[in-house]
Design a protein around this ligand. Structure first.
Ligand SMILES: NC(=O)c1ccc[n+]([C@@H]2O[C@H](COP(=O)([O-])OP(=O)(O)OC[C@H]3O[C@@H](n4cnc5c(N)ncnc54)[C@H](O)[C@@H]3O)[C@@H](O)[C@H]2O)c1
Length: 241
């Protein structure tokens, strides 16, 4: 058991990458508190997972969660921020303020609020391991989707900021950059968009949520005790080019 007895909070855990992370952590012995916008819990492979509805962009929701986690467990050892959205493909010339603000609220502010909750609870108590899910589009350029790309770049540097700020206080923070992964987010995109990313992927295939969860599990665990501020690409070689 690689994370036995640890208290792990995972956002975006109803489906896709977040769900795979929640199940991987629970499978290795963590008590997972899974969070998502969806009202009902999915049928998890691990029955120990506790599910709560939470909007990552809501300060109130995080406050309520902090109160519950504090009262019930008194600490959080692992935070995985996987909630994310990509509802528009708009570029700089046509992005609406509504889309811009919505995407940044979930993808950027949502990660900040999660880290604020976890660092606030654990500062001076440590250890805490934070793993934020960014994207290849947070590191390299691509076409359109200006708000999504902006938010994912911010996630990388917010992660580095937290890693450096709290490096001597037992708090680690790392980012994972998935390439094209087989989830609902990708399935509802235009096929030609996914084909273009696939064509640029050296391994020539789409990745699986479990392949992201494997990296997250390592970074979350004590196996990564000297790893902080790192950016781990899990992308079939995409960002090596
Ligand atoms: N799938 C990919 O190819 C890919 C590539 C790079 C990065 N990512 C990132 O990985 C993360 C997970 O994406 P996925 O592919 O599993 O997508 P997904 O759409 O399958 O899952 C995202 C989950 O986040 C939840 N969510 C959305 N808004 C929320 C909110 N305000 N509060 C709480 N939960 C919310 C959704 O309900 C959903 O369960 C995202 O941050 C995404 O940007 C995905």
């Amino acid at each position: 058991m690689r994370v036995a007895g640890k208290i792990a909070v995972v956002t975006g855990a109803y489906r896709g990458i977040g769900r795979a992370c929640a199940e991987a952590l629970a499978g290795e012995g963590a008590q997972v508190i899974a969070l998502d916008l969806m009202a009902e819990a999915p049928d998890y492979a691990e029955s120990s997972i506790i599910y709560r509805q939470l909007d990552v962009g809501s300060e109130t929701d995080w406050q309520l969660l902090a109160e519950e986690v504090s009262a019930r467990f008194g600490r959080v050892d692992i935070l995985v921020c996987a909630a994310g959205i990509a509802p528009t493909k708009s570029g700089a010339h046509d992005v609406t303020m509504a889309d811009w603000e919505h995407i940044l609220r979930v993808n950027q502010t949502g990660v900040m609020l999660g880290m604020r909750m976890a660092t606030g609870m654990m500062l001076g108590k440590g250890p805490l391991s934070i793993v934020n899910i960014s994207s290849i589009w947070g590191q390299v350029g691509g076409t359109g989707q200006i708000a999504y790309h902006a938010s994912k770049g911010a996630v990388i540097n917010m992660t580095r900021n937290v890693a450096i700020t709290y490096a001597r206080q037992g708090i680690r923070a790392n980012a994972v950059l998935p390439g094209l992964i087989d989830t609902e987010m990708v399935r509802i995109q235009k096929p030609e968009m996914n084909a273009a990313t696939l064509a640029l992927t050296p391994m020539g295939r789409i990745g699986l949520p479990e392949e992201i969860a494997a990296g997250v599990l390592f970074l979350a665990s004590d196996e990564a005790s000297f790893v902080t501020g790192a950016v781990l690409s899990i992308d079939g070689g995409f960002t090596a080019q």
